[in-house]
Design a binder for this molecule. Structure first.
Ligand code: VGL
Length: 193
């Protein structure tokens, strides 16, 4: 049975010091690197996503001068900037596919993104015969949530590695994990993965 690892948005703007810093983001980046060193060979595909917004315009209302931090956000992850790069604590050598999303529009799920070759995450999972996926990254209450729900909708069994995710806010993050369990996801610690 083929398994995928989905690494969501471990980018400078979502870790400490970034434009939309998520507390614990650096720790997630480092812990995913440690996890990959031991577990990369468990996975048929390892897909990492990056939010990749346009410098011009508000990306479909995603950027706002006075953001509500639910549907609108400070400027973040502008294509080609340092903020959009992977956090350097994340070592990406084992990543098999890099997906970019959100050009000109909000895109919380990595399933909305594409590789440079134009492949979608859904197509990659289907091509690799993936039946289960482990999801890690940032942010639990937004892009991890949306990506995991789309993975379930694609028909794969999803596990959230709970010590390898970080959320914008505690209550919505708890709610997102509960929603994911109701949708069929399993919550496991990376040490049990
Ligand atoms: C994200 C807020 C805005 C995320 C992206 O990666 O979870 N959150 N854009």
């Amino acid at each position: 049975m083929s398994r995928a690892l989905l690494i969501v948005d471990v980018q400078n703007d979502f870790t400490e010091g970034g434009a939309l810093a998520v507390t614990g983001g650096d720790a997630v980046a480092a812990a995913v690197t440690t996890f990959l060193a031991a577990h990369a060979s468990d996975y048929a595909v390892i897909i990492a996503s990056r939010d990749w917004h346009d410098a011009q315009g508000d990306n479909g209302g995603h950027f706002a001068g006075t953001p509500d931090f639910v549907d609108s956000w400070p400027v973040h992850c502008v294509a080609g900037t340092e903020g959009a790069d992977y956090d350097p604590l994340l070592v990406t050598d084992a990543v098999t596919h890099h997906v970019r999303k959100g050009q000109g529009k909000p895109a919380y799920s990595m399933f909305e993104g594409e590789t440079e070759a134009g492949e979608t995450v859904g197509a990659l999972l289907t091509a690799a015969g993936v039946l289960s996926a482990d999801v890690v990254g940032i942010a639990t209450d937004h892009c991890v949530r949306a990506s995991a729900l789309d993975a379930i909708a694609h028909g794969v069994h999803v596990r959230i590695l709970t010590d390898l995710v970080a959320g914008v806010a505690p209550e919505p993050s708890e709610a997102a994990l509960a929603e994911l369990v109701h949708a069929g996801a399993e919550l496991v610690e990376s040490t049990d993965a």
